[in-house]
Design a protein around this ligand. Sequence first.
Ligand code: KIV
Length: 272
Amino acid sequence: MSTAKKDVKRITTHILQSMKQEGEKISMLTAYDFSLAKIVDAAGIDMILVGDSASNVIAGHETTLPITLDQMIYHASAVIRAVKRCFVVVDLPFGTYQGNSTKALDSAIRIMKESGAHGVKLEGGEEIIESVERILSAGVPVMGHLGLTPQSIYKFGTYTVRAKEKAEADRLIKDAKLLAKTGCFGVVLEKIPAKLAKRVSKAIKIPTIGIGAGPDCDGQVLVLHDVLGITKDFNPRFLRRYLNLYDEIHEAIGNYVDDVKSGDFPSAKEQY
Ligand code: KIV
């Protein structure tokens, strides 16, 4: 178990809010399946994001765009069956909420009803505010996502740091304030300068969760497969790996192959 101070049975949006007020950092990781979500939850994580990064790390797509609502519901259901304590938020995938707030509400309701998730996350600011409002009006907790928003990768063209220029930074602060005022319970800040993330975190009352956004966010999120070192070729500056599972799994499977080929497995004890 981690050193998390909060001795709570279930993390709620109210608890996340109080963590910001009391200066306790919020820990968040992605998860997409039952077995790993069970370990992540048991280890004391505050929030799990069933991210549309599943499109990359689980399905092997180059971007997050191809993943569907049905696939997100499948991943989210597996995660929900595994967790006891943490708050589970699920990405609304590309094409299920932009430009149509009725469709956005339908998508959010499907996620909540069919997976049992605790909230949803949408990428964007002012341009999606109607969708955010409508989802909130149904009582569904909404998390925002600003800065590098991977669903817009073909607009940006690259995965480099966002909002380095004043105009984009000002717009981001405005969007963060709007999301907070509208009723979002938190906002992810992805790949923006640390100084800007600090300004945003001070300017709004809801928790900011950073990824590549420096130490002054109210919490941090990373992709689980990166943290565990299963993805080997993704090495951004903001990533800290806690394991090197790619090499460990590679070696273990190599040993298994050798044992099968040599007839060493199964042994006398490993048969009926
Ligand atoms: O999909 C995802 O994993 C995310 C995180 C990178 C914040 O949105």
